[in-house]
Design a binder for this molecule. Structure first.
Ligand code: SAJ
Length: 429
């Protein structure tokens, strides 16, 4: 089996490194953040992902995964570093990709393969990474293989999807593509497809997440329309999806995470063609304001009320809060929302007191409270994340603690009849 250096031990890199090691490759796991390395050495996994701890432990204990503080020569370099988006500049921050290029170039040898898995604007592999690597004096395609192979795994199900998902492999030439296919073939059970070049593979990844974001944007607009008509959007979408060629996703408080809210903008970095896609983004971002409006309708005036937000992870059963709709709603209620908060003293709107609770999130920078503390004397509760725990909430126990029995279920995980029977006013998106 081959030697592989995995660059970046985050949500994608760490499981990928462990996967390759558990499939008998000799893997060096590198992260520029030395605390990640030292925590992993102490047996701490910094990510909340089902099954990951045991999977990584197995790889480390077998000796096949070694944690390294310097980049080492390897037959394969697999790059899984973050590529954040600067929404003000409308530009992707490729500094981590460039840093990997700078660090790999001095150790690159003839016959090696460099695979970029990070999500990037089309053209990055050949336009940004390739020239940096070629500072080694070697030429991509002739001397070393250069490939984009986007990761596609769903947080919460990463280990299964790493094995089972189809992969898209686009190299700068046939030999590059073949070399990467050979590596993925050692653990991927899904189909491995090849594209003409890395740019197509980069584009494919972006349009996958854009399809999902735009579809959710449609669902969210449908939810707002359904609200105007006084009907249940979930029932309407379920019925619409009975048609064999209709598949509308679910509405909610907005779209979070590090992929769907960001990747559609990557498509527009070098293009002015974002119309529908940009509108869907705005619809999704506007959902927190819609939730605040629903709240204001139910408690009459938000000023002076206590609101409990349950769920600040970006989606159900994960602990990741990046671009979380729950946190955005908290900020909207406390600082941003003007229409829902009537002015009380000459135009200065008064905000409600907002408490947050999330059983999956550990973050000392957030003022997270227990369920009891967050909901005591609350005038309304908002379910902002579809954690399984929230589906098991007892309406009687919750109602006894609250000042008013109002619940906004943005993820439709509660049985509305049961909660209405317990005296609750229930609104859902
Ligand atoms: N959401 C809805 N309605 C839905 C589905 C999701 O509002 O019907 C929301 C979620 O609550 C969450 C957000 O969308 O806030 C994103 O969640 P997600 O589960 O749709 O996706 P991610 O961001 O966890 O992972 C996506 C996946 N992409 C696709 O399904 C096309 C995953 O396969 C990618 O690997 C990942 O992005 C990535 O890394 O790009």
């Amino acid at each position: 089996m081959s030697s592989v250096c995995v660059h970046g031990l985050g949500y994608i890199g760490l499981p990928t490194a462990a996967m390759l090691a558990n499939y008998d490759h000799d893997v060096s796991g590198y992260d520029a953040d030395t605390t990640v390395i030292s925590e992993l050495r102490d047996g701490e996994i910094h990510l909340d992902e089902p099954g990951l701890r045991a999977f990584v432990t197995q790889a480390l204990e077998s000796g096949k995964l070694e944690l390294v503080e310097e980049i080492v020569p390897a037959k394969y370099h697999v790059v899984c570093v973050p590529t954040p988006f600067d929404s003000d500049e409308k530009a992707a921050d490729l500094s981590y990709v460039r840093a990997v290029g700078d660090a790999v170039a001095p150790v690159l040898r003839t016959g090696d393969t460099v695979i970029l898995e990070s999500t990037v604007p089309p053209g990055t592999t050949t336009g940004t990474l390739q020239p940096i690597l070629e500072e080694s004096g070697l030429t991509a395609g002739d001397d070393f293989a250069l490939v984009h192979c986007p990761e596609t795994v769903l947080p919460g199900n990463i280990i299964t999807e790493l094995r089972q998902n189809a992969r898209i492999v686009g190299g700068v030439n046939g030999i590059s593509t073949e070399s990467a296919v050979h590596l993925y073939d050692s653990f991927v059970e899904g189909e491995i497809h090849t594209t003409a070049d890395p740019t197509t593979a980069e584009f494919v990844k972006l349009i996958q997440n854009t399809f999902r974001d735009t579809n959710i944007g449609l669902a969210n607009e449908i939810a707002r329309l359904a609200n105007d008509y006084g009907i249940d959007s979930r029932e309407a979408i379920e019925m619409a999806n009975e048609h064999p060629r209709v598949d509308i996703l679910q509405p909610g408080p907005g779209v979070g995470g590090h992929c769907l809210p960001v990747d559609p903008w990557f498509l527009g970095v070098d293009s002015d063609e974002l119309d529908l896609i940009a509108t869907a983004r705005q619809v999704n971002d506007g959902m927190v304001e819609f939730v605040a409006e629903l709240l204001a309708e139910e408690v009459n005036s938000l000023a002076g009320t206590r609101i409990a937000i349950l769920g600040v992870a970006y989606k159900g059963n994960v602990g990741d809060t990046r671009m979380s709709p729950g946190l955005r709603l908290a900020r909207e209620l406390q600082h941003g929302h003007r229409q829902a908060v009537p002015a009380t003293d000459g135009g200065s709107p008064e905000s409600p007191a907002v408490a947050i609770h999330d059983p999956h999130v550990e973050d000392p920078t957030l003022d997270l409270q227990t369920l009891e503390a967050a909901t005591i004397d609350a005038d309304a509760v908002v379910i902002a994340t579809g954690h399984d725990e929230f589906g098991d909430l007892d309406p009687h126990a919750l109602g006894e603690r609250m000042a008013q029995r109002t619940i906004i279920d943005t993820k439709a995980i509660l049985d509305p009849e049961r909660w209405r029977e317990a005296g609750f006013t229930v609104r859902r998106i």
